[in-house]
Design a protein around this ligand. Structure first.
Ligand SMILES: [Zn+2]
Length: 159
C-alpha cells in the first residue's frame, strides 16, 4: 500500500476557501462541532495534491467511501470539484490554464496567472518586463504548463 501523503496547510486553506463552509453536492453546512473532512477524489491517499482533494460533508464522505466503485458518484464529485476550482481561480485564469494546456505555453498578464503559479500549475517561461525610469514593470509573461497542471486538466476532465 502506498504511503498516505500529508495535506499541506496551503492546500487545506484552499479546500476550505473554495467550499465556503458548504458542500455543494448535498448543501450541508460545515459547523465547528462537526468539521468536514478531506476526500481523495481518485481514492489514492498518496496523492494529496489540490486537484485530488475536496472538502466534503461526513455523511457524503461515508457514502462515497462505501461506494468507491460507483463511477457515477465519482463523476459527480469531479464535476463539483471542477466548478469549485473555476470559481476559486476565476474564469479568466481558468481559460489561461486551458490555453497553456492546449499549447504548452501561453502568454497573459501576471495577475491572471498568480493563483495558477501558487498552485504550481504553471511556471514562468519568459518574463517580458519594461522599464519606465527606474521602475521595473512585469507585463505580459509567458507561462508553461507544469505536470501538475496537466494532471489537473486531465483528471478533472476540464477539456
Ligand atoms: Zn453531504
Amino acid at each position: 500500500m502506498k504511503k498516505r501523503q500529508a495535506i499541506s496547510d496551503y492546500i487545506e486553506s484552499l479546500l476550505k476557501a473554495e467550499i465556503l463552509n458548504r458542500f455543494p453536492l448535498c448543501g450541508k453546512f460545515e459547523v465547528t462541532e462537526k468539521p468536514f473532512t478531506n476526500h481523495h477524489i481518485n481514492n489514492d491517499s498518496s496523492i494529496s495534491e489540490y486537484y485530488n482533494l475536496i472538502r466534503i460533508c461526513n455523511l457524503c464522505h461515508d457514502d462515497i467511501t462505501e461506494h468507491k466503485a460507483d463511477s457515477k458518484r465519482t463523476r459527480k464529485v469531479k464535476q463539483v470539484k471542477k466548478d469549485l476550482f473555476r470559481n476559486l481561480i476565476g474564469s479568466a485564469s481558468y481559460e489561461v490554464l486551458l490555453l497553456a494546456y492546449q499549447h504548452d505555453i501561453t502568454s497573459t498578464l501576471p495577475c491572471l496567472a498568480s493563483t495558477l503559479l501558487k498552485l504550481n500549475l504553471v511556471s514562468v517561461k519568459q518574463e517580458n518586463p519594461f522599464k519606465v525610469g527606474l521602475a521595473y514593470h512585469p507585463t505580459i509573461t509567458d507561462y508553461a504548463i507544469s505536470s501538475r497542471g496537466k494532471k489537473l486538466v486531465t483528471d478533472l476532465s476540464l477539456k
